[in-house]
Ligand binder design. Sequence first.
Ligand code: ADP
Ligand code: ADP
Ligand code: ZN
Length: 259
Amino acid sequence: MQKYAEAVCRSLAITIYGRSAAQHYFAAGERNMSEIANQPVLILLGPPGAGKGTQARRLEERFGLVQLSTGDLLRAAVAAGSPAGREAKAVMEAGGLVSDEIVLAILRERLSQPDVAGGVILDGFPRTTGQAEALDTLLAAEGRRVTGAISMEVDDAAMVARIAGRYTCAGCGEGYHDSFKQPKRAGICDACGGTEMKRRPDDTAETVAVRLEAYHSETAPLISYYAGQNLLHRVDAMGEIDAVTTDLISTIEGLRQPA
Ligand code: ADP
Ligand code: ADP
Ligand code: ZN
């Protein structure tokens, strides 16, 4: 009977999540607790425009982890017109922070999906002390903890320049910049060959000051929060994209797995 129930669950999961994610999930289910405790939870901290998304995509491939961006999840909720998305829309457009309640609900939902069982890179989360504490509680309930928090350090002027020129491929999400990272062939995505590029409605001169202020007052205190737990690593994010990737890779390779 139990075997039958398992088979039904498997086929349901394959229908909902696709075969490889479902296999991943069931493989995770068969692993013991100490292995689960070793599935990394990496945090990329840094102001808007620091390069978190750009680097998370590269690290995802390098380390076999899943990038989890609360900004992307919120934009998907806005596009879907869900109640959370409707509430978040105006706040995001103005450059403020969406409430912890909404962000945590969206994150919890995403973390319960099978494809993230092998470990995650959190990009743009946590952004407040309340979110960081909630994450600790959430992980502790599963016998896990944050593996490391990497602060990507850029000055405010670089951040403004990076946000002003940012655009992405509508097809695959690959990030580009008017001056710092153009596709090899103008208008054609290097990653997927797509030709539709988009800019975010909140990447405007007006919101930049608000977002910067939110970063300094709400998110920067997390640097001390993680330093206090001996989990903080700093990476100079002012250099070229490839140089920052190299530093991030060596930082992550140097992290000790949690005991
Ligand atoms: P974040 O996710 O931290 O908000 P992004 O990864 O979206 O930042 O990067 C912001 C913009 O800056 C993008 O247009 C990206 O192409 C560009 N960018 C990212 N890293 C660098 C870098 N090291 N040097 C110059 N431009 C960069
Ligand atoms: P960026 O790195 O350029 O600030 P994100 O895509 O991470 O962009 O976030 C876009 C917007 O989504 C933020 O300005 C904020 O309104 C909202 N947001 C994203 N993540 C969070 C979070 N963890 N807490 C609160 N608001 C968030
Ligand atoms: Zn693309």
